[in-house]
Design a binder for this molecule. Structure first.
Ligand code: ACO
Length: 324
């Protein structure tokens, strides 16, 4: 037995911000953003919170799977932008849904978070501890961005995507995960550290907010070398030839990264669906929102062979093969 995705859901804030709107307050242009990233617009939270988006996505995933909250064994929430440090997002979801039987906790693996949540759920189910799990990637990253820094704020959007997974005869076939902590400072956000009676904080400490900081080119280089390698490894582990793969569903960071990975794998670009044009980079939500779109539109068919691959701050990376 293995673990299969039986239902999906997603939630996106109402407010759309296109590149032209960014031009009104940033020294940037629609042409620059589209050429360098492929992004045309993103959605940003106004009244929505990480929790409200996550709960909506989870409710849809349960409905799609024909399950009730009371049936859920485990909730795993992947996020780097929760509403509270504690209680964790997964416990907030558990409370909102009334999923009284479920254990619940968060995973912080940045943009690889949803993939790691899926892998963790599959490992629990495989060892017999749980029969099912509700997994979600949810982010309001726009609250962590410096909106005067054109090299980062143009990239990200908010949203949540969820999946209900359970024990089945087919589904997840193989998983690999990795981390390269030595490259961690390529993409980081330092926690705010106010003064205490015993400690005076350093340069960054004490500020009201610390923003996301990124060395774009380091992240770019990491992604285009590590993701193809992860995918080759997972194909080998699964025993699939790349020609058998129907879709490579990758973290939606940047169209040029995805195109470069397709080229390195020598696979056609139409096997690499993208929604970043419309939504930007939604970190841990990007893969499950894309899965939900493809599921609900009928693009995914039962039996399709899929490779998922994510990479993110940490740096974290991983790849998973599954039969839809
Ligand atoms: N508009 C106009 N000009 C800009 C902008 C902007 N929004 N941002 C940067 N520039 C300028 C720079 O100031 C620089 O100007 P200069 O030559 O006068 O110094 C010039 O454009 C080139 O800047 P680079 O940083 O070299 O541009 P690059 O081609 O590397 O593109 C980008 C930047 C898009 C961030 C790219 O490095 C990238 O995509 N990296 C991957 C990062 C990523 O996707 N991160 C997402 C988060 S990570 C994750 O999801 C795991």
């Amino acid at each position: 037995m293995t673990t299969r995705i039986l239902g999906t859901g997603s939630a996106i804030p109402d407010r759309v911000v296109n590149n032209q709107e960014l031009e009104t307050f940033l020294d940037t242009s629609d042409t620059w953003i589209q050429e360098r990233t492929g992004i045309q617009s993103r959605h940003t939270a106004t009244t929505e919170t990480t929790t409200s988006l996550a709960v909506k996505a989870c409710m849809q995933a349960l409905e799609d799977a024909g399950k009730t909250p009371e049936e859920v064994d485990l909730i795993l929430a992947a996020t780097v932008s929760p509403d509270y440090t504690f209680p964790c997002l997964a416990c907030e979801i558990q409370s909102a849904l009334g999923a009284k039987q479920a254990a619940a906790y968060d995973i912080n693996a940045a943009c690889a978070g949803f993939l790691f949540a899926l892998d963790s759920a599959a490992a629990y189910i495989q060892c017999g501890l749980y029969k099912n799990a509700l997994i979600v990637g949810a982010e309001v990253l726009t609250k962590l961005l410096n909106w005067e820094d054109r090299s980062t704020c143009i990239l990200f959007g908010d949203g949540a995507g969820a999946a209900f997974v359970a024990e089945e005869k087919t589904g997840v076939l193989a998983m690999m995960q990795g981390a390269n902590g030595q490259k961690g400072m390529a993409l980081y956000r330092q926690e705010t550290a106010p003064d205490t009676p015993f400690r005076k904080t350093g340069i960054r400490g004490g500020a009201a907010v610390n923003y996301l900081e990124m060395s774009g080119q380091d992240v770019f280089r990491f992604a285009i070398s590590q993701v193809p390698e992860s995918i080759q490894q997972i194909l080998e582990k699964t025993g699939w030839d790349k020609k058998e793969v129907d879709y490579y569903i990758l973290h939606q960071a940047n169209a040029r990264i995805i195109q470069s990975i397709a080229k390195r794998l020598d696979e056609p670009e139409d096997k690499f669906p993208m929604n970043l044009t419309q939504f930007g980079n939604m970190s841990s939500a990007s893969i499950p929102v894309l899965l939900d779109e493809m599921n609900k539109s009928g693009r995914l068919k039962r039996g399709d062979k899929i490779v998922l691959s994510g990479f993110g701050a940490g740096m974290t990376y991983g790849a998973t093969t599954l039969v839809w």
